[in-house]
Design a protein around this ligand. Structure first.
Ligand SMILES: [Zn+2]
Ligand SMILES: [Zn+2]
Length: 256
């Protein structure tokens, strides 16, 4: 099995070597180092990546050499991948960056709503129900645009809003159908993401009903544990394997 979505210390994860060692111990055939990367041209976005140290747009060549070094000693195939922030207004910048850099594959993510990361629960706590509904609508609109852009091999955590308790529960069948339509016509594959499976949220992305909709349409998934620490890779892989077996789903290979 290939886990196409883990992080390293080239964004917000643990040391690259530790992540690769853990992937090998988990019995994986391949692991994709998909560190965060943002190329939005706004000053806000620049400030944000400076503040967080999300500098892969500047450090990918150094990381590439590190991956090559690690590969020589690793018992697991290691992919030089990226998790790109997506916004419909910045497709040109993203396309140019991906064309210039030549990663093994790219994962695309909608992380922001209202200019704020979906993870920041507090920002959404004071919103009215109507506002939250509109934000979740907007999330799925952006996700459909991401899939239609054909920029990415993989669409990450396709219902990220569910992990925020203030945005949870507003996704509808109509959203799921629209996203499934987009996946049917695109090269982009959704991932089954275990980033919050063993935490507070306790579900995969996509949530069970969403995964049902995708499976009914014959849309396959890639595997992504979205691990930031080495010790969570094995239990998340085990849980994903169980889920796929139970559902009779095959995982898609995007790089080998
Ligand atoms: Zn993400
Ligand atoms: Zn991630």
């Amino acid at each position: 099995m290939h886990d196409y979505h883990v992080h390293s210390n080239y964004s917000d994860g643990a040391f690259l070597q530790r992540m690769v060692d853990a992937a090998a111990s988990a019995g994986l055939d391949g692991v994709g180092i998909a560190d965060h990367c943002n190329v939005f041209p706004s000053e806000d976005a620049r400030r944000h990546r400076r503040a967080l140290g999300f500098n892969l747009d500047l450090t990918y060549e150094r990381r590439r050499e590190a991956i090559e070094d690690v590969c020589e000693r690793a018992d697991v195939r290691v992919f030089d991948a990226v998790e790109m922030d997506y916004h419909p207004d910045h497709e040109d910048e993203i396309r140019e960056f991906l064309d210039d850099t030549g990663f093994d594959y790219a994962v695309g993510s909608v992380h922001d709503l209202d200019g704020v990361n979906v993870h920041f629960a507090a920002h959404f706590a004071d919103k009215s129900e109507e506002e939250r509904r509109a934000l979740v609508d907007r999330y799925f609109e952006k996700l459909v645009a991401l899939v239609d852009s054909e920029l990415f091999a993989i669409a990450a955590h396709p219902d990220l809003v569910e992990r925020n308790p203030h945005l949870r529960g507003f996704a509808t069948d109509d959203h799921y159908e629209r996203v499934a339509d987009a996946f049917e016509r695109s090269r982009t594959v959704p991932e089954i993401n275990a980033g919050r499976l063993l935490d507070d949220y306790g579900e995969f992305h996509p949530a069970p009903e969403f995964l049902d909709t995708l499976a009914d349409r014959g849309v396959d998934v890639t595997v992504g544990t979205d691990s930031h620490e080495p010790d969570v890779i094995a239990p998340r892989i085990e849980a994903i394997e169980e889920e796929l077996t139970e559902r009779g789903l095959e995982s898609v290979t995007v790089a080998e």
